[in-house]
Write a protein that binds this ligand. Structure first.
Ligand SMILES: Nc1ncnc2c1ncn2[C@@H]1O[C@H](COP(=O)(O)OP(=O)(O)O)[C@@H](O)[C@H]1O
Ligand SMILES: [Mg+2]
Length: 242
């Protein structure tokens, strides 16, 4: 298996709070990788570092063969849905995506590309509506369309279904499964176990900044001698400390 993401001895503190504590993990190409942990475990901090939004105190991140030093190169094949998702609510969905198509200087016909993404995320009928009038689920699908603007090989998603109703969650998961089946590696952060159980090929569990388990879901269940991922999680992590 070819490694696409390697995190080595990663550390990040906010004052006295050690958010990421000597984290080591790797993701193989093509995987649907679940990055799990309770609130405050350090998921968002790790993702901020992974996506170049924040510098670690020390440690190393490699994405494919490129070193993390060359941020502009990485962003060419990375798609991200960050934790806080600000939208320009006065824009229409189409204007928003065209704006990012320009920002990423995507090749070819931007209008056509944006149309394809609107179709893929089921927003074609709402493309001329202002984002301010979009539902939460529509905004989240628009966020996914934005993350796909540069045809990323890796998608990094920070709790992408948070706050969505069951239908909205299913819509996003279906789209992600489809992308993964076409070869996109997915790094999916979540604290909701049932949704990960039939989505991810491999998972890592972090707690208080530390890796506590990594492997296939079956391996983790066998290791903890329990029947569900939720039981694994409850056994290995401390109660929500947010
Ligand atoms: N900007 C910040 N300033 C200070 N502490 C922070 C900041 N961001 C996160 N933290 C703390 O770092 C820890 C990890 O947070 P975070 O990475 O957001 O975890 P998660 O995404 O898993 O909920 C928590 O204890 C959180 O309170
Ligand atoms: Mg978070």
């Amino acid at each position: 298996m070819e490694k696409i993401i390697s995190i080595k001895n990663l550390n990040k503190s906010y004052g006295a709070v050690k958010a990421v504590d000597n984290l080591n993990l790797s993701v193989d190409k093509g995987e649907f990788f679940g990055f799990l942990g309770p609130n405050g475990a350090g998921k968002t901090t790790t993702i901020r570092i992974l996506t170049g939004m924040m510098e670690p105190d020390n440690g190393n991140i490699e994405i494919t063969t490129l070193n993390h030093g060359t941020k502009s190169d990485i962003h060419r094949f990375l798609g991200v849905i960050p934790e806080s998702r600000g939208f320009y609510e006065w824009m229409t969905g189409e204007e928003y995506l065209l704006f990012f198509a320009n920002l990423y200087q995507i090749e070819g016909n931007a209008v056509k590309k944006v149309d394809e993404l609107l179709k893929k995320t089921d927003l074609l009928r709402s493309k001329n509506k202002k984002i301010g009038a979009y539902s939460r689920g529509m905004k989240q699908r628009l966020g996914l369309a934005r993350a796909l603007i540069n045809d990323p090989k890796i998608l990094i998603l920070d709790e992408p279904t948070l706050g969505l109703d069951p239908q909205g969650q299913e819509d996003i998961k279906k789209m992600l499964k489809e992308l993964n089946s076409k070869g996109v590696t997915i790094f999916y952060s979540s604290h909701i176990l049932p949704e990960v159980e039939n989505l991810c090929t491999k998972v890592a569990i972090i707690d208080q900044g530390k890796l506590v388990a990594q492997g296939t879901i079956q391996e983790l269940k066998d290791g903890a001698k329990v029947d569900t991922l939720t039981e694994v999680f409850l056994k290995l992590t401390t109660p929500n400390h947010d």
